[in-house]
Structure formats: structure tokens, C-alpha cells
Design a protein. Structure first.
Length: 420
């Protein structure tokens, strides 16, 4: 029987009893991080025996076992140039982590400025970034660690709220950047429209304003639908702002997180700027690991085929989220949630003031959920209403068990709120 949220208080005792039974089970389940599961990692285990017998030189004659090749292996750059829509000369294949690249790029900007800067960002009295919310906690952590002030702007289904971005840029000259995850955005699964992308590269802003375009989930599909490719660098050039965009991506959720390859793409001037400062940090990336990836993935079609194997493993987990929430929450009118077509997360919206309490109750019952506030700068969700669900790492059985328990905790939290 359907129950409206207004009637939840009447069921407080029933939800409390169900929660007490849940706690008595002594569960220990972790639904906190969007990590690939062991069976996903196994898809790339051939990396451990690669490279096989091979000629250890690239097309330019660089001995891949030695120093050099600072731009990365050309063959790997060609593969991901096609997938990311970045010309090979403007795409670098580097270390194992795109987060490292984002941190380095932001740090270089603070220390040295970027093309178009009057001075290093760190010499400005205040440096600010726009932070679409709900958003990615590790993006927020980078900017907070560097002392960059974050200004939240709403995230819509087709990307950041352009009117809010425009208003912020018009009124606040300290804004130097914006975080963007354009395909299957973390954590909502939003996919940026071409119209939003065109607006972001065209809005009036400082010459050194940068879009940190983190294309982390470009090939991480959960359905047969494919988003329209957006050539963001060409759009920026056409808008007269060729240097506005920094593109980031990695193989972290394609092959091995922590042992993959990260990519940086941008305008020729931005690439020259990055390589100038990165040269003081490293003589070159791990080209042998890059060669392994070329041999495993072969070409762009090989990457897409590899990702279909990932999809077969994780799509049932996302389906489990929809089934459990639909069965446990919808009849009580509790919450609304995303049904993403790709990426790694589901976002759950609950009654304001309930998220933190629901996560606390779940934790006390042995079910770890991403901490409340993680989807907002400074861990501060002003409505206390957004919860990020990460379905990929547990088995389907453990995920379903954890979701069932979490729903029990959430229903109790909602009933407590209604009764207060």
C-alpha cells in the first residue's frame, strides 16, 4: 500500500522495529567508493604478462625503456585521440592518474599562471572556482587544498546551469575556473549538451579562465545509447577562446586504477605551457606501461569492445539499485533518484535534513555509505539532502543486501523527521 511522506510518522514504530532487526544482523558492507570490482579488474589481467616480445621503440625511434618521450607513446595517443576528440599533437599520454594531472595543472597555474594570466594565480588576493553541485568530491578537495575558494552552481540534466555560471562570471572577477565532468557526470550521470558546452566556451570571462574538462567516463556506457560527441577544443577555438579548456581523462576505470595511463589535452599554447613546467618534474612517463596498454587495447574499437565487457558486469548492479529503491522507497513517496545511462554513480535525493541521519543509521547497522556532503564543496550540502550511491565494487548479492539495509535506515530517518 502506498504511503505519502506526510504519513510516514504513523509508521515510525514499524520502521524502528525493522531497523532494530537490521542492526542485529551484524552486517559489514561498504558502498562508499566508485571502484571497479575484482571481476572488472580481471578483464585487464593480460597487462601482467605484457609487453610480450616487442620492438621497444616508437614511431619516432625513442627507446621506450629509456628516458625521453615526454609526450607519451604516439600509438596510445592515437587510440585515445579518436575516443576523446583531441588531435594527437594536442594530446599527451602521461602518468597513472588524471587526478595527479589536475592537481599539477592547478598547482602550475597557482605558481606560474597560465597563458593569458597577468600574474600567477597564487599572487591574486583571491582565486575562485565554480563548482557544479552535486559534484565530485576529489575535484573539490584539490581546489580546497590549494586555497582556491569554491562557488557552488546548480547542475542540471544537461550540464551546469548556464545562467548561474554567467551571473557568477559577471559579478566575480576572482573566478579562474570551473570543474566539469561532461559525460555521465559524477555523481548525477548528467550528460552535457552541445548547447551548454558552446555556452561555457563562449561566456565572457578573464583571459586566464579555464574549464577543467574531466572526461573520466567518456566510454563508460551502461546502455546502447551513446551521447553526442562534443569537440570541446574546436568549440572553444571557434568561439575565439582556444585556450579556455583543459581536457583530462584516464584508463583508471578501463584497465587498472593506479596502474593505468592519464591523458592531458588542450590548445597548442596550453600544451606547450604544461610541458614547460612538467619538464622540471619528470623526464618522461612510464612508456612500457603505455606499450602494455597499446598491446591490450589495440585501437579505439578495442577499447569500446573492452568496455562492453565492463558493462556486462556492472549494468546488473545499477539495475539492482533501481529495483530496490523502486520497491522499498517509491511506495512510501520517499526520495527520488537518477537512472544514469553510464558512469559509476546513482544520486539519491531525500527530504532536506535527512541525508546525514540516514547515513549515520546505516553506518550503525554496518552499512557504509559515502559521507553526507561529499557531493558539495567543503562537505557542506546546505539542504542535507543528497546521497551518492556507488554500486560497482560489491557483488550483486552484497550490493542488494546493502541497499535493502540502507532503505530501512532511510525510511526510519524520514519517519523521524516527519514525526519531529
Amino acid at each position: 500500500m502506498s504511503t505519502s511522506t506526510a504519513g510516514l510518522a504513523e509508521h515510525l514504530s514499524r520502521f524502528q522495529a525493522a531497523y532494530d532487526e537490521l542492526k542485529a544482523q551484524g552486517l559489514k558492507l561498504d558502498l562508499t567508493r566508485g571502484k571497479p570490482a575484482a571481476d572488472q579488474l580481471a578483464l585487464s589481467d593480460a597487462l601482467l604478462s605484457l609487453p610480450g616480445p616487442a620492438r621497444f621503440t616508437d614511431a619516432a625511434g625513442t627507446d621506450l625503456r629509456n628516458y625521453g618521450g615526454a609526450l607519451g607513446l604516439p600509438a596510445l595517443r592515437e587510440i585515445f585521440s579518436e575516443l576523446l576528440g583531441v588531435p594527437v599533437p594536442q594530446l599527451l599520454a602521461l602518468g597513472n592518474s588524471s587526478l595527479t594531472l589536475m592537481h599539477d595543472v592547478a598547482t602550475f597555474a597557482m605558481l606560474h599562471g597560465v597563458p593569458g594570466s597577468e600574474r600567477p594565480w597564487g599572487r591574486e588576493e583571491t582565486v575562485s572556482f565554480l563548482a557544479p553541485v552535486p559534484g565530485y568530491d576529489r575535484h573539490f578537495a584539490i581546489t580546497e587544498a590549494l586555497g582556491i575558494r569554491m562557488i557552488p552552481v546548480p547542475m542540471n540534466d544537461d550540464g551546469p546551469d548556464v545562467d548561474a555560471v554567467r551571473a557568477a562570471l559577471e559579478t566575480d572577477p576572482t573566478i579562474k575556473g570551473i570543474w566539469c565532468v561532461p559525460v555521465y557526470s559524477n555523481p548525477t550521470g548528467a550528460v552535457y549538451s552541445r548547447e551548454v558546452a558552446e555556452a561555457l566556451v563562449s561566456l565572457p570571462a578573464a583571459d586566464d579562465f579555464r574549464i577543467f574538462w574531466d572526461n573520466a567516463y567518456a566510454v563508460h556506457h551502461l546502455t546502447d545509447w551513446r551521447p553526442e560527441p562534443i569537440d570541446i577544443l574546436q568549440l572553444a577555438a571557434d568561439a575565439g577562446n582556444p585556450d579556455r579548456v583543459f581536457v583530462f581523462a584516464s584508463t583508471s576505470k578501463i584497465t587498472y586504477p593506479g596502474a593505468g595511463v592519464a591523458f592531458f589535452g588542450s590548445s597548442p599554447d596550453n600544451v606547450a605551457w604544461y610541458t614547460r613546467w612538467a619538464a622540471f618534474q619528470s623526464i618522461g612517463p612510464d612508456k612500457i606501461n603505455q606499450l602494455r596498454h597499446v598491446q591490450l587495447l589495440t585501437d579505439a574499437a578495442g577499447v569500446l569492445a573492452h568496455m562492453e565487457q565492463h558493462r556486462a558486469l556492472i549494468a546488473p548492479k545499477f539495475a539492482s539499485v533501481q529495483e530496490v529503491f523502486g520497491r522499498r522507497l517509491a511506495p512510501h513517496g520517499v526520495g527520488s533518484w537518477t537512472d544514469p545511462k553510464g558512469g559509476y554513480f546513482v544520486t539519491l535525493y531525500v527530504t532536506p535534513g535527512v541525508a546525514r541521519r540516514a547515513i549515520q543509521l546505516a553506518a550503525e547497522a554496518g552499512i557504509a555509505i559515502t559521507p553526507a556532503g561529499s557531493t558539495h564543496p567543503y562537505l557542506d550540502d546546505p539542504d542535507d539532502a543528497v546521497i551518492r550511491i556507488a554500486p560497482t565494487f560489491p557483488t550483486v548479492d552484497d550490493l542488494t543486501l546493502g541497499l535493502e539495509g540502507f532503505c530501512t535506515a532511510l525510511l526510519l530517518a524520514e519517519a523521524e523527521r516527519a514525526a519531529a
